[in-house]
Every structure is written in C-alpha cells, then in structure tokens.
Design a protein around this ligand. Structure first.
Ligand code: FES
Length: 153
C-alpha cells in the first residue's frame, strides 16, 4: 500500500506516493530523477548518498522516504543558489578535490553541512573526523580537506 509523503525538496513543496519500505535514495534517483545523489554501498558505509535532512547530513540509503514527512531535504542539485556555485562546489573545483568524482556529491553535502555546524571544530583533525563517513576510493582526501578549509575562508 503506497503512502503519501509531503516534504520540501530543494526548496520546492513536493508530494508523492512512495512504497512504505522505499528508501530516500531510491526515491530521489528513480522516482524523482535526481541522479546526483549516488548509490555506493547501499548500507550506510560510504557516504556517496549523503543529503541534508533539515540541514543535517544523512545517508539517504538508510532513511525511509516516508519518514521525511514535513522535512526539508536538500540534494546536491539544490546546493547552488541563484546560478551561483556553493562555496564548497567552487573550492572542490579549485582544489581538484576529486578523481573519478563518484563520491563527490556526497563529499560536498557532508562538507557543506559541517561548515554550517558551529559545534564542529575548524582544525584539520575535526574536519577529518566529521568527514570520516565519506569514503573516496581514489584517495583524494588531501585535496578534499584542502577544499573544505578553503571554502571556510
Ligand atoms: Fe548510502 Fe553508501 S550508499 S552510505
């Protein structure tokens, strides 16, 4: 029996029918055609599927879409505003903070959430800790860290 879920997606009121067991990741990619959010492990281990739910970075592969009722969901497609790249997008480009790019949307969603979170320290160790759920198989970690610190400036 499908459920109706109403939420705000990238700033837009959205209402759709979802299967009760559908995870947000699949709903975004398959029902809403938003392919920027990537499926890596599908088990909460890699961070490729990271989105913001009410401003918090979250693995969308672990979250039931039906639980997003009334919430604000932002995907990488919603990160830029008014045609301007988000500072994190700009700095990832400038710092070459990717190789294959598959993990990049998730990296940027985690990075933008951590930069907005005053509870997280600004030193490299705190940033690394906050980013530890986002795996990069190419090993671009050094440039990713550099990009995050640059976006803070
Ligand atoms: Fe969700 Fe890997 S696809 S954490």
């Amino acid at each position: 029996e499908p459920l109706t879920v109403n939420f705000t997606l990238n700033g837009k009121a959205t209402s759709l029918q979802v299967a009760p067991n559908a995870v947000l990741l699949d709903v975004l990619r398959e029902q809403l055609q938003l392919g920027g959010t990537k499926k890596g492990c599908d088990h909460g281990q890699c961070g490729a599927c990271t989105v913001h739910v009410d401003g918090q970075a979250m693995n969308s592969c672990l979250r039931l879409a039906a639980m997003c009722e009334g919430q604000h969901v932002t995907t990488v497609e919603g990160l830029s505003r008014d045609g301007e790249l988000h500072p994190v997008q700009q700095s990832f480009l400038e710092c070459d903070a990717f190789q294959c790019g598959y993990c990049t949307p998730g990296q940027m969603m985690s990075a933008s959430a951590l930069l907005a979170d005053e509870r997280i320290g600004t030193d490299d160790a705190s940033v690394k800790e906050a980013m530890s759920g986002n795996i990069c198989r190419c090993g671009a970690y050094k440039n990713i860290l550099e990009a995050i610190q640059q976006a803070r400036l």
